[in-house]
Write a protein that binds this ligand. Structure first.
Ligand SMILES: [Fe+2]
Ligand SMILES: [Fe+2]
Length: 158
């Protein structure tokens, strides 16, 4: 029978941070693709403002992806080329909810990543992610507003 040891948390390394930043980069690609698709598939007069806003989000996510790829390269890693999967729907509310959930997960991860960057004394990368985080928070608020709900508290990733 396998004995489960109370494992001490494995110390964070630069290699681990590269892997985590590549996960973030995959999420940014996912966001770009989702916003490109949803900004055009959304239908109906009352959704045109948010559709325009989603097209702006797409360009901001692209800037985030480039920033992350820059940090990964600086750390000696290879920036990934693989996005996380993107859900599609023809229903306006589905698309907004998919985006809201993606932003929530992204924010929870960036909150953790800032702490991890600081832990490794990578303060400049942490600063860059703080700026990205501010925009993700704006995205979350825009989507929640369009859905007529309060912005969810994203929490912080493990
Ligand atoms: Fe982003
Ligand atoms: Fe975003």
């Amino acid at each position: 029978m396998a004995t489960k040891q109370a494992s001490a948390p494995t110390p964070l390394t630069r290699e681990k941070l590269i892997d985590l930043l590549n996960e973030d980069l995959s999420r940014e690609y996912q966001a770009i693709i989702a916003y490109v698709n949803y900004s055009q598939v959304l239908k109906g007069a009352q959704y045109m403002n948010i559709a325009d806003e989603l097209a702006v989000h797409a360009t901001e996510e692209l800037a985030h992806a480039i920033a992350l790829a820059n940090h990964i390269d600086y750390l000696g890693g290879m920036p990934t080329v693989i996005p996380k999967p993107v859900k599609t729907s023809e229903k306006n509310e589905d698309m907004l909810r998919f985006d809201l959930e993606n932003e929530r997960v992204t924010i929870a991860n960036y909150r953790r990543r800032i702490k991890q960057c600081d832990e490794l004394n990578e303060f400049a990368i942490g600063e860059s992610i703080r700026e990205i985080l501010m925009q993700e928070q704006d995205h979350l608020i825009a989507l929640a507003t369009a859905l007529g709900i309060d912005p969810p508290n994203p929490g912080i990733a493990d």
